[in-house]
Design a protein around this ligand. Structure first.
Ligand code: ADP
Length: 162
């Protein structure tokens, strides 16, 4: 079975990520969503919280596994025996970094390949960073993330939206 990994920080998961997840799950037999546990960054949500939010948001997709990983992406790819890494491209600004990452990973582990899905036009402006910024000032983020994620974000920032 063709197994792919969609890795990222997902801090928090947005509708842009979810669109890439749905489309990838249609393309591959099995999709692992890999949530990066990056100890050098201090994320808004813990890795457990990010995994749980993703699990909830993707509960209706049967061929998905949401798991956390730390360390090198290629080691995670080897561990779960995946052959493809999926990444999303929003704009030209993503391209340079993504190209570098894909080529580095290919040198480290030529058995796997990176495939890019282009962001849907309606989500191409959307990033977790922007969502965090808007939420921190109490702005409306319901067009960017699922309702439950929005509630958790306001809670983190101590904003009462009721
Ligand atoms: P990282 O923290 O590794 O930069 P993210 O967790 O923000 O990554 O995103 C994971 C992947 O999803 C990346 O390939 C990124 O380009 C892609 N992505 C992020 N936001 C969107 C979006 N709105 N539409 C499509 N792809 C996206």
């Amino acid at each position: 079975m063709n197994r792919a990994i969609y890795p990222g920080s997902f801090d928090p998961v947005t509708y842009g990520h979810l669109d890439i997840i749905k489309r990838s799950a249609d393309l591959f037999g099995e999709l692992y969503v890999g949530v990066l546990n990056n100890t050098s960054k201090s994320p808004l949500f813990s890795v457990e919280e990010r995994v749980n939010m993703l699990k909830e948001a993707t509960a209706d997709i049967s061929n998905i596994k949401v798991v956390s990983y730390s360390g090198l992406l290629v080691d995670f790819v080897k561990e779960v025996e995946a052959s493809v890494v999926v990444r999303g491209l929003r704009a030209i600004t993503d391209f340079e970094y993504e190209l570098q990452l894909a080529q580095t990973n290919h040198v480290l582990y030529p058995e796997a390949d990176t495939m890019f899905l282009t962001a849907r036009l309606e989500y191409s402006y959307l990033s977790s960073t922007t969502v965090r910024e808007v939420a921190s000032f109490g702005g409306d983020i319901t067009k960017f993330v699922p309702k439950k994620v929005a509630e958790k974000m306001y809670e983190k920032y101590g904003i009462d939206k009721k």
